[in-house]
Design a protein around this ligand. Structure first.
Ligand code: PBG
Length: 325
């Protein structure tokens, strides 16, 4: 009988050895909490496909952001759900629109205690649910949409948003918005380019979260899930256009893209663990099929290991508390 000369298990023998050997860590500061705030809401409203996540009132939003900051979460990403929608998404750049009002109120209150971020996309504000304005043939008009995005960016910057999340997937959006912000003196407003954003089936629960009006799909602007090189290309373009951070989204199905983007760009790379990823783990845990806490932490660790500098996740506050224990 021969014995192994090489024994990797030595590094796994005790908790302290394992801790010394652990390659990847996750800390509360690496987490960003996406949040929904709905216009004209009296009480927080549960989202049935995302157990534990709600559409917030202004008041409950404030309390939840204070909780997140208290747990050490790095940032919050705000999504607005307006009461009224139209073809051009007028509520998006209206200073009295829900997202801008919520941002202003929050930034006034929390200052620099947590990074207040805003989703910059028209889909919550349009009556057709697309991320841009439509041309007469019904297609999403890239360059007309850029003008709307610029107006939205200025409104969000004026409201005090620290970081704009450019999630609409229009060509040239980072460059157009950077130029417009700089011209108005908003040189410190951070831009997160949703570079490799895929047309995913796993956005399903999010559509409920924002009462989306979308018929059809977003395949003329979001990426085909089969494309790796194209994701990398989008990330390189966003970096060249001046994005401060680039995003890969969704996270768990696209860890290979995340690793490649991390290796190819110099700016921070973030990943968005989206609504369907959240819903899957919650559903399995609710059935007793997996250990909820262990599965959540493993999913976040895996996203970090693949290369994410930070992770947007609906578990941000809860995970931050676990990590702080
Ligand atoms: C578009 C947007 C979407 C998400 C974030 N921003 C939906 C989409 O592209 O269809 C999805 C996030 C999630 O599923 O958690 N503004």
């Amino acid at each position: 009988m021969s014995f192994p000369e090489i024994r990797p298990r030595r590094l796994r023998r005790t908790p302290v050895i394992r801790a010394l050997a652990r390659e990847t860590s996750i800390e509360p500061r690496h987490l960003v909490l996406p949040m929904f705030v709905r216009e004209g809401l009296a009480e927080p409203s549960p989202i049935s496909s995302m157990p534990g996540v709600v559409q917030h009132t202004m008041d409950s939003l404030r309390r939840a952001v204070a909780d997140a900051a208290d747990a050490g979460v790095g940032g919050v990403m705000l999504f607005g759900v307006p009461a009224v929608r139209d073809a051009r998404g007028s509520g998006a750049d209206d200073p009295e629109g829900i997202l801008n009002v919520a941002t202003r109120g929050l930034v006034d209150e929390v200052g620099d205690a947590i990074v207040v971020q805003t989703d910059l996309c028209l889909d919550e504000f349009t009556d057709h649910g697309h991320c841009g304005v439509l041309a007469s043939d019904g297609s999403v008009d890239n360059d007309a949409t850029l003008e709307r995005y610029v107006a939205m960016a200025l409104a969000q910057a004026r409201a005090g948003s620290h970081l704009l999340g450019l999630s609409g997937m229009m060509d040239g959006q980072v460059a157009a918005i950077r130029r417009a912000l700089d011209a108005e003196g908003f040189t410190d407003t951070l831009l997160l380019g949703y570079a490799a954003k895929y047309a995913s089936a796993f956005y399903g629960p999010f559509r409920e979260a924002v009462d989306s009006q979308l018929q059809g799909d977003r395949r003329t602007y979001q990426l085909d899930p089969g494309n790796r090189r194209e994701g990398l290309r989008e990330a390189l373009i966003d970096e060249a256009e001046g994005a401060d951070i680039v995003m890969v989204k969704p996270a768990m199905g696209f860890l290979d893209v995340l690793r490649e983007v991390r290796d190819a760009v110099q700016v921070p790379v973030w990943a968005y663990q989206i609504s369907g990823e959240y819903a899957m783990i919650e559903a399995a845990a609710a059935n007793g099929w997996i250990d909820r806490r262990a599965a959540v932490l493993e999913s976040l660790l895996s996203i970090r290991r693949a290369g994410a500098d930070a992770v947007l996740t609906y578990w941000a506050t809860e995970a931050a508390r676990w990590l702080g224990e």
